[in-house]
Design a protein around this ligand. Structure first.
Ligand code: SF4
Ligand code: SF4
Length: 216
């Protein structure tokens, strides 16, 4: 029987960019993958796990190739040519995936996953900011505060969540104002904004630097 082989139809690329593993760190060092191409999914954040087939909070941080703005199509997928812009240097999961033989990708699931802390030195200015943000905007804390807020019997919960959302907004705004990072790169450095991820915890807010408005 013929070995299953990839037809290069692009369906998997349209379903999202790959998670990264230790073998992919060289792609960042060679600037094939840059901050603007990457998305951090932080520990405790609710995400769809396409191997497990369900939405659940992440046990460990994941770094993945981002989708195009407003879509989950991999940022490197070229629709008109149905091709990968970095095919010769595509990440490990892309080289491994064959939808007709998915076992190989499934076996990579927990293999030496890369995080932003593998790429940014912890003692650099950016590394220190990432560590601070991870401490003050931790999803373990957010889950606890949101549960208390939903229960409706803890008057401090709203203030605490407001403070977390403000710190998340201010950290991003500070780097934006310095011209240090663009919008997409901020999603690598700090992950998705809390305002985007809170609905998975049962709380909706709209916020800017001055106001945090609760929609529950
Ligand atoms: S792995 Fe499957 S879905 Fe992905 S490009 Fe190849 S044939 Fe298409
Ligand atoms: S990096 Fe290339 S092969 Fe991998 S999902 Fe994106 S477009 Fe597809």
């Amino acid at each position: 029987m013929d070995e299953p082989h990839c037809q290069r139809c692009g369906t998997c690329c349209r379903n999202g960019g790959p998670a990264l593993h230790s073998e992919d760190a060289v792609l960042y060092r060679d600037q094939i993958l840059q901050k603007k191409h990457l998305l951090t999914l932080r520990r405790g954040e609710w995400v769809y796990d396409n191997v497990q087939g369900r939405v659940e909070p992440l046990e460990q941080e994941i770094l993945r190739v981002a989708g195009k703005t407003g879509s989950q199509v991999c940022i490197f997928f070229q629709d008109s040519a149905c091709a990968c812009a970095i095919y010769a240097r595509r990440p490990l999961e892309c080289r491994t995936l064959n939808c007709q033989a998915p076992e190989a990708l499934a076996s990579l699931y927990a293999h030496e996953r890369l995080t932003r802390f593998d790429l940014i030195a912890a003692d650099s200015g950016l590394g220190e900011l990432m560590t601070w943000h991870e401490t003050v905007c931790a999803y373990s804390q957010i889950a606890d505060v949101c549960a208390r807020l939903r229960a409706g019997n803890d008057p401090k919960a709203r203030q605490e969540l407001e403070a977390i959302v403000r710190k998340d907004i201010n950290a991003r705004q500070t780097l934006r104002e310095k011209g240090a990072l663009d919008e997409q790169s901020l999603r690598f450095v700090f992950g998705r904004p809390c305002t985007e991820t809170l609905p998975a915890f049962g709380v909706r807010v709209v916020a800017d630097r001055e106001t945090v408005q609760f929609l529950v």
